[in-house]
Design a protein around this ligand. Sequence first.
Ligand code: MN
Ligand code: MN
Length: 459
Amino acid sequence: MELAYSKKNGFSELESSEKEKVFEFCEGYRKFITKAKTEREFCEEAYQALERAGFVPLESIGSLKAGDKVYTVNRGKGIFAAVIGKKPLKDGINLVGAHIDSPRLDLKPNPLYEDNGIAFFKTHYYGGIKKFHWLTIPLTIHGVIVKKDGTQIKVNIGEDENDPIFCISDILPHLGQEQAKKPLGEAISGESLNIILGNIEADDAEKDKVKYNILKYLNEKYDITEADLLSSEIEVVPAFEARDLGFDRSMIAGYGQDDRVCAYTALQAVIDMGVPEKTSVCLLVDKEEIGSMGCTGMQSRYFENVLAKLCMLKEKETSDFYLREVLSNSQCLSADVGAAFDPNFPETCEKNNTAYINNGLLITKYTGSRGKSGASDAGAEFVAKIRNIFEENGVNWQIGELGKVDGGGGGTIAQFVANLDMDVIDCGVALLSMHSPYEIAGKADIYMAYKGYKAFFEN
Ligand code: MN
Ligand code: MN
């Protein structure tokens, strides 16, 4: 029996055969997140992966039994995937919930304008960003434009090596003396995050000739007019592909790992399930970065509605009472990232209660800020249960807080799951540079997230 508790680097805890699996698994992850940079793209890649694994659309079937694998898509921006268990639903389900939206720049509804011979898109940032990160990096444009008749046009420009990319300019240091005096949070205004689009004038335009030339291009390529942009959802994200980081390739650098690292690992876990005792559900939601609002966010009744449908299809139970019983007996891992200790900025963390990169899957008992304000604080009984599942199944894990007391804070979907009367705890991968355009995750942690979520489903 070890009296003192201590944590080692997760790579040194791995058997050599498992080390290979870590690198192989992370290569799949790296490719996936390079392709899936927005919630809509993640959703599309995810349901294709589910279909390849034998999952069928929930809408296509009339009844459910143990071993059935089903999924349903929420408005193109979220997914509910389930493997039906042997036990009745009222014994509870095992839920792993992650979010697939990430901080980014959205186009404003009326984005296109010209200023002094340069055409721009105006943006409205989404989620918590440090604005200066988004200047002078290559950007790509993703999303949908929906015409009045409902025709949906997909947009994805900048990912192909033959595509152009886009960019936001910054002041040259020679003339940046006033800017340099400002606090970091005030140096760049939200209204200056304008994307450069072009500089060639259209011959046949009377005014705003560069803007008109861009409109001609958009009309030719997408068959749209400027008014069609009013009903679009276009997201601007970094052009970077996810890459191995370090001589030893122990980490992955990439955009949007909050929270696609947990979403991908949760998805793979549900895909690799056998027939579980309790129904396993992987729920991928949108809008976490802006408070889980809206009909695709965790605060929506969507999850309960789909669960009610499972009750009807599996057990012919249609009462609200039955659904409430299912929820009360269910448990959840809120699969979201945490902050890893950064030796460059040690002052932000308390070293005994922080996560370290590649030290294992991170459990965060509570988030919140100041005196745990806004936290869903998991009960000791539930922490013990999860700890036991992980240790019985060879899952390397660690526990940590999000930074020092009074250092700041944050929240996840855990509080909204808890409102449904479910036991829930935050459990995910610890990142460096979270919410930056190029976040860093440890490969041993990514693999342990997969292993941990799978073990949770199976127990
Ligand atoms: Mn997150
Ligand atoms: Mn986040």
